[in-house]
Design a protein around this ligand. Structure first.
Ligand code: FMN
Length: 326
């Protein structure tokens, strides 16, 4: 199942593994790329040395194209330097002004994908030289900049950006979603929550159990619930005991919140995770997991089993093919 986006990015299936901070390890990224999709590694939380090691590990696991995701709210030139020195195929840019990143990446032969949540932002991204746009709708899990649904956003962005391929993100978890995204004018689907249930994803077992049991109504979008560490960054996560406490207290701001200052969990590197931190519940955390942010998109109701990343890619493509003829 290929198309112009696949040819441009050197892949065989119109599926992009959404970069997911701390739960998108080299094994998952490489597995999606080996299955014919495009794996994106969320390495923006890493120091440059660690990042280089992770990129080299991905290269050991696949000879297919893959990308690295960088967060412009924490823009770091040294991170981009490492990606370009290592010859990363694709740079994915999200959240904030890209500055000179697009120009620098392209001058080294990398392709650039910019995430946009409105057609106006997509238009600016194309003017900067983006090779593709990730149109991220409001249904998406994790940090979500806009408030427009995928259904309305994707065709609007597609109409705005002309020949530049659009990748639809937010709420897509099976072949019906992929077929719908293609029908809306996207060239591929950018899928996060479904891949949290991949065997290769280090999703904490407590988080995994909640994902597999959740319905489409079990997430909520918050402007500022988990805003310690990364403020002013709206997000979508499963409802949990922290969100219930905060709702019951009338959603007070930092400084007046119930349970503020509680240390909920400890990372393997010894870093403490307080309540309301913008953390990720990955395997290896010790402590209380349920009150941590369990990022999830509204498509979570379609995530019912753990499979390999290769099985997920194959199942989604096969199902889409039964709906739309390619
Ligand atoms: C656990 C988790 C972590 C995420 N971390 C990132 C990230 O580091 N960088 C990024 O660009 N997007 C991140 N996102 C957003 C995804 O890239 C993507 O837009 C979203 O998952 C798509 O919606 P879906 O979850 O409904 O498939 C994250 C999403 C989740 C669920």
């Amino acid at each position: 199942m290929t198309n112009a986006f696949c040819s441009k990015f050197g892949i065989r299936q119109p599926i992009v593994l959404a970069p997911m901070g701390r739960v998108g390890p080299p094994e998952l990224v490489a597995a999606v790329s080996n299955a014919g999709g495009l794996g994106l590694a969320p390495l923006w939380t890493d120091a440059p040395d660690k990042m280089r090691a992770e990129i080299r590990r991905i290269k050991e696991l696949t000879d297919k194209p893959f990308g690295v995701n960088l967060n412009m709210d924490f823009r770091n030139e040294a991170q981009l330097d490492v990606c370009l020195e290592e010859g990363v195929d694709v740079i994915s840019i999200f959240w904030g002004e890209p500055g000179n990143f697009v120009e620098r990446a392209k001058s080294h032969g990398a392709k650039v994908i910019i995430t946009a949540s409105t057609s106006a932002v997509a238009k600016e991204a194309v003017a900067l030289g983006a090779d593709a746009i990730c149109a991220q709708g409001w249904e998406a899990g994790g940090h979500v900049e806009g408030k427009v649904s995928t259904m309305a956003l994707v065709p609007a962005v597609a109409d705005t950006v002309g020949d530049v391929p659009v990748i639809a993100a937010g709420g897509i978890a099976d072949g019906r979603g992929l077929a719908a995204a293609l029908a809306l004018g996207a060239s591929a689907a950018w899928i996060g929550t479904r891949f949290l249930a991949a065997k290769e994803a280090p999703t904490h077992p407590v988080y995994m159990e909640r994902l597999l049991a959740a319905s489409e109504d079990d997430t909520s979008h918050y402007d500022d619930l988990y805003d310690l560490v990364w403020p002013n960054a709206p997000h979508r996560a499963l409802k949990n005991s922290t969100s219930e406490m905060w709702d019951a207290a009338g959603r007070p701001p930092l400084g007046q919140r119930p349970g503020e200052g509680d240390i909920l969990a400890l990372r393997p590197d010894g870093v403490e995770i307080p309540r309301y931190a913008s953390a990720v519940a990955f395997a290896g955390l010790e402590g209380e997991i349920e009150p941590l942010p369990m990022w999830s998109g509204q498509g979570v109701g379609l995530v019912t089993k753990i499979q390999t990343a290769e099985e997920i890619v194959r199942e989604i493509v096969e199902q889409a093919k039964t709906i739309i003829n390619f």
